[in-house]
Design a protein around this ligand. Sequence first.
Ligand SMILES: *Cc1c(COP(=O)(O)O)cnc(C)c1O
Length: 384
Amino acid sequence: MQFIDLAAQQERIRGKIVEKIEAVLAHGQYILGPEVREIEERLAAFVGVKHALSCASGTDALLMALMAYGVGPKDAVFTTPFTFVATAEVISLLGATPVFVDIEPDTFTIDADGLEKAIDALDAQDPSRHSLPKGFEGLRARGIIAVDLFGQCADYRRIREIAQRRGLFLVEDAAQSFGATYSGKRSCSLADIAATSFFPAKPLGCYGDGGMVFTDDDGLAHALESIRVHGKGSDKYDNVRIGINGRCDTLQAAILLAKFEIFPEEIELRQAAASRYGELLGDVDGITCPVVRPGCTSVWAQYSPLCANRAKVLDALREAGIPTAIYYPKPLHVQAAYAYLGYRPDDFPVSMSVASRIFSLPMHPYLSRRDQERIADVIRNAAR
Ligand SMILES: *Cc1c(COP(=O)(O)O)cnc(C)c1O
């Protein structure tokens, strides 16, 4: 059994993938070739935003978003410690400071009340209102990166309102949620700029690294386009700002075009697999199944229940030959890389508690009912 069965997907569309790759070999435009433009247009239309710019990875997508806002030293950017390290890493790379905010206990996305408190604390320069990182003195609140975790979106209705009222920019880290919806709108259309990833294990993945940024704002799109190619001005050898080499290569765009054809159907298959897990595990003592915010849909990048008896359940699954993973065993505020922020473990109790109980089960569009029944049987026997 596979944790994510990319081979089953490839078997379905292998002919199409080979055809698309051969077209690139024939025209030879390996950088920013016609397939790059085509996938950008397709995904912009799918998401319902004006501009989509492909780039080299989800991490570069986030980095480019912050660079478009000119984020730098003395800037504070709010995000959660319960995410993949890339979310906070890009803040640090630009010399800015991540200010962590705890998560909601059921969706694992940023807690809007906590966010408001953290902004208040920073504005008032008063860490008794909400824990603040070392060196908070003189930091200026600039923006928020909301993370759409495990396939579902953060609570953008509330977060957008806070960002607007406080004059902060809002970036959607949609690396795990491409294809999800929030109140009828697609993920990647929910903030000022959204960043997604096409890492092979993400809901829409390529066969290497890739990413995309989305925005409705013409000015931001213009800046992002320049940042993607070394801060280019009128041409590549006119450099008007500091940028990066953040291009997506044409072969990856070609592979995405082939995979995107079956993506809407794959979203439905993922959702069907998630509901089956819900039916099979919903009444198991000691297991808390993941929930989706009312009025929203998840693309189920991960299916991650909570269990106080996690070690026992994981041992039983390993013995039965069922692959599992833990996202994330250690929140960012207790990682060595972020020791410099001086946070204490109990500054973010929900993140710590979830990290100690969460685990992820095999999840992909081709997961069979039989496999899911077997997984559920093992968990039922071990969780008690
Ligand atoms: C995967 C991921 C990223 C980074 O994407 P890459 O393409 O691997 O650089 C950023 N944020 C989150 C939440 C992710 O899951």
